[in-house]
Design a binder for this molecule. Sequence first.
Ligand code: ADP
Ligand code: MG
Length: 697
Amino acid sequence: MSNLSQIFGSNVFNDAVMKECLPKATYKALKKTIQEGLPLDPVVADVVANAMKDWALEKGATHFTHWFQPMTGITAEKHDAFISPTSDGKAIMEFSGKELIKGEPDASSFPSGGLRATFEARGYTAWDCTSPAFVKDDSLCIPTAFCSYTGEALDKKTPLLRSMEALGKQALRVLRVLGNTTTNRVITTVGPEQEYFIVDKKTYEQRKDLIFTGRTLFGAKPPKGQELEDHYFGSIKERISAYMKELDEELWKLGIAAKSKHNEVAPAQHELAPIFTTTNIATDHNQLTMDVMKKVALRHDLVCLLHEKPFAGINGSGKHNNWSMGTDDGMNLLEPGRTPHDNQQFLVFLCSVIKAVDVYADLLRVSAANPGNDHRLGANEAPPAIISIFLGEQLQDILEQIENGGATSSKNGGNMEIGVTTLPPLPKDATDRNRTSPFAFTGNKFEFRMCPSSASIAEPNITLNTIVAEILNEVADRLENAADANAEVKALITEYVTNHKRVVFNGNGYSDEWVVEAEKRGLLNLRTTVESIKALISEKNIAVMEKHAVLSKVEMESRYEIALENYIKTINVEALTMIEMAKRQILPSVIKFATNLAVSINTIKATGVAADLTAQTELLTEVSSLTASLKKNIAVLEETVEKASNAHGDTYKQASLFRFDVFEKMIVLREVVDTLETLVDKDVWPMPTYGDLLFNV
Ligand code: ADP
Ligand code: MG
């Protein structure tokens, strides 16, 4: 590798490149568009497109693509060559401003949740010039938003951009009314920590469940799991290290500031965290990161698993969405400073977030729901499905003071005594960490820890931005209309603390006591995707999305439909995969094993030796009875899937059938198979075991 500063961003059409290759006037016009969110002049677009094309050709690109994020949750791209034939039989490379700004992919095969009938296939992609273009796999990729002919958002980016605007607008109003005259823009910032598993490719290829569903549907516990806690932050193995090194380099080329990497809690599990950036860029970057993670793994004969729960019995993967609000003049609005108790601005923003999270807990919960995450939330490895906020000792103390009449002091961390005189005294943070909270204040940002590892971070951020915008809107309205703004700020903070402190919880979120306590406090515990999904269409939630022009009622309803359909399809594929594996791989193997046993028993008997055959006989009896149970449970699952699949009409009811009928039967079938796995000869077992998958890289 050449030096890092040379490769960083080398495949990105970033500000430095634009400055270098665009005429001054064009550069200025484009910058203005980017910074102020103005429409782009077509003449400027032509010049930019041409410069972009020349730059991309130099990087070896032959194609361009509008890169977008449909509701599938992954990115989509359709590549067009720059080529344009000339009359003399040759070709020139062309790329116009029109092609840069707008694309028209056939939209009919992307999920729209009823927004667009298949015959109305027209969809448009529009350049998001606030996220830079880049070259990937010989294509110039142009980040775009994707919408229907009638203007409805068909993607995750459009509402994300709208939500950022909504928050920016309201936050600025609050700043102004608090006396700030210098800030011009407020944006939200995000740093997503990405967890993932790495397994050997050859082993992976022998598991149909991993191939079709991304997770193991069967698998007995290996003798060793994560109990020794020897993997977390452990020294990284050479093969993994080589993978991570190449991954970092590929991400750096794309301008993604991959910063930290380490082993995670579970064997074969790892984490990557970038330096935070503007939310829409962070979202694009996270999509790219997941894509590059998978591709680079294959080059090392490895497979990267992004599923939330690839293996039962050990930790699954999540994504920690670190979120804050920043200003164009360099402020972090969630920075408490040394004496947060008298930092009025900080307290206003903090309390607004608290109120937003309490009032819209259901919307936040559903923003982190997917079928994979149902295996994690509330399962003592990930935060519970109950939304609560961890603030830490210092802020908790300040809130209590506020509630009791006014805050006059801030607890400080002081110094830490390590008891070794040669070590320097370490200043202590004002607050310890808490790993069990779904929404934790971590110094100068909130960390939303419920997010699913495989999903886009667009949804959680659309939600956060919008619900906080709503409360800031209320704050701004009240302060702008108050006779005495100072008194009103105090009243407002006290009111928010008093009315919404129920959502603040600093204890152990994994404990059973918390579930009971949360219920007493009236907090929601929406355990599964199906149970949380109605939040997408509740009146209150549609109202907030519509009010801030983030999503319309129709768009919300379509998202609700898409999420349900996705749930149904996912569980259906899982169930069918289970059935196929059980019928065609597992059943034949256990029959073979039983036959071998029977042959052995008969052969020994035939010798006439009075050998003790109880071991073989007992094993044969046990395996045979489990085999019968296996056969029966396959049939039960088949029947249940068929019934659920045929239950058309009401998507919600159908999804409930898949959750509370099909899914439950899958658990029963799995138990039988996993018990058989522990009894049957390893050589006969038709697929690699957990031990093979987790400990062979
Ligand atoms: P930890 O494992 O302790 O949670 P990491 O360093 O792994 O911490 O991740 C913290 C993440 O938070 C990083 O991606 C970092 O860039 C991000 N972050 C830091 N400050 C902000 C901020 N103001 N806004 C958004 N994200 C932030
Ligand atoms: Mg974290």
